[in-house]
Design a protein around this ligand. Sequence first.
Ligand code: NDP
Length: 328
Amino acid sequence: YQKIVLASRPKGAVSADNFRLETAPVPTITDGQVLIRNHYLSLDPYMRGRMEDTKSYAAPQAIGEVMIGGTVGEVIDSKNTKFSVGDKVVGGSGWAEMCVSDGQMLRKVDTAHIPLSAYLGSVGMPGMTAWYGLTQIMQPKAGETIVVSAASGAVGSVVGQLARIRGCRAVGIAGGPEKCAYVVDELGFDACVDYKSPTFLADLAAATPDGIDAIFENVGGVVFDAALARMNPFGRIAMCGLIAGYNGEPMVMNNVRMILTMRLTIRGFIVAEHLEFWPEGLKELGTLVATGKLKFRESVAEGLAAAPEAFMGLLKGKNFGKQLVKLV
Ligand code: NDP
């Protein structure tokens, strides 16, 4: 089977030679273990951080080891009483077509009402990220205006839809007219503003006539700065991601003063540190997806070898919706 390891650490932008495709024999399992054939690999912006050897919330990925990552797949051999051959499971196999698990970090999932791939998106880690940041940090009240950047993506798309369900005015920020149209027409946001447009600042002002009560920040830099300038007193900011700077780009911030003058609360968070909220959040997200009330879109790359290219694209906004790699 094939797997992809981290070959070297990027200097600036990620390049194909930071990865190496390797072939390994099909593993045999021992008591307590299961063998999984992965159907989808999730590509996520956090992986960029793990490629780096700098101070962060998690240890860096070791050189020569399989790139970390969430996966969904099927049990094809089991010596673990909790899992049977044919079970669909979500886990963290990394960038590999197969993996052996001791069952500890493995969860059986129902695919009768929810497609398997959604467990890597809206009903998985990205969905939980949206749910946690919105409900626990932004704490929006009906009638308030919330803004979310990278609005067409895995996390952002869920933030706006959950906010609308809670009676808020949801305004997205995304790159390009096609993504913005999708966010309004398909996802049902009240408005979506294109940060690449020369009229971005005026468009954001027009979309937030009553100012902004809470921000879900995925991007940073000029996108965040523009929203910051329109914050209302005692606004809340869930600092989720700063993707505009993941390849080392400098980030311009002119409106830091708003944090003081508007008495804002900003809180960073890492969703994996709040596992106690996952059952509640996943229950709401699962029900919404199963009943068609939470929409999502996927960008699917074909085959493991396509993963590095798709990952580099994700960091440049080439994905449109949750970025996956289809393995089977
Ligand atoms: P997305 O599906 O949103 O894909 C990334 C998107 O980011 C791109 O499609 C692109 O959208 C946008 N983007 C990329 N580069 C730039 C740039 N230079 N300037 C502005 N926008 C850019 O990814 P996810 O939903 O998986 O992740 C969204 C954010 O959430 C990331 O910052 C990620 O790190 C963070 N995150 C944080 C977690 C936590 O626990 N704190 C957990 C999970 C994710 P566009 O074309 O619209 O610009």
